[in-house]
Design a protein around this ligand. Sequence first.
Ligand SMILES: [Zn+2]
Length: 147
Amino acid sequence: MTCKDCDKSIGYQQHKESMDSLGVELCARHTKLIKKVILDNNTPLEAIQLFYALKEVGANPMLEWWDGKKSVDIAISRVKLNIEIDKDYNMITHEQAINDLEEAMHSFKNGFTTIRIPHLAVKYYLEDTVQNILGIIAGLKANIKAI
Ligand SMILES: [Zn+2]
């Protein structure tokens, strides 16, 4: 068993602790670091899981990336892709809904693409979610070349 962040080998107890609390295999240091990120940014657990899944396939994701105005759950900077995890569609307020759209408009204007992924997609279809994001990255790369 190894830490998904630093490849340090970890014991059963640490494996269990990180899996139980974060759903990702991490060493004690990285479990602590990620828990601090969650506390500071209110990061959904699914963003953490998706971040490490994307890291594993070499997508070079960044967690809680500051775009100048707000923190983005996950960013893939070389194709200017921002990924936000939607926690609960049923809980969304009308103000939140229009704010999200406005934010998406501003990031498009700055050359960024923002996609919102429902947390349930990450929870139940992590592999498919990763594959789709890789497809989006490939599409964005092709578009960058075309310009
Ligand atoms: Zn580690």
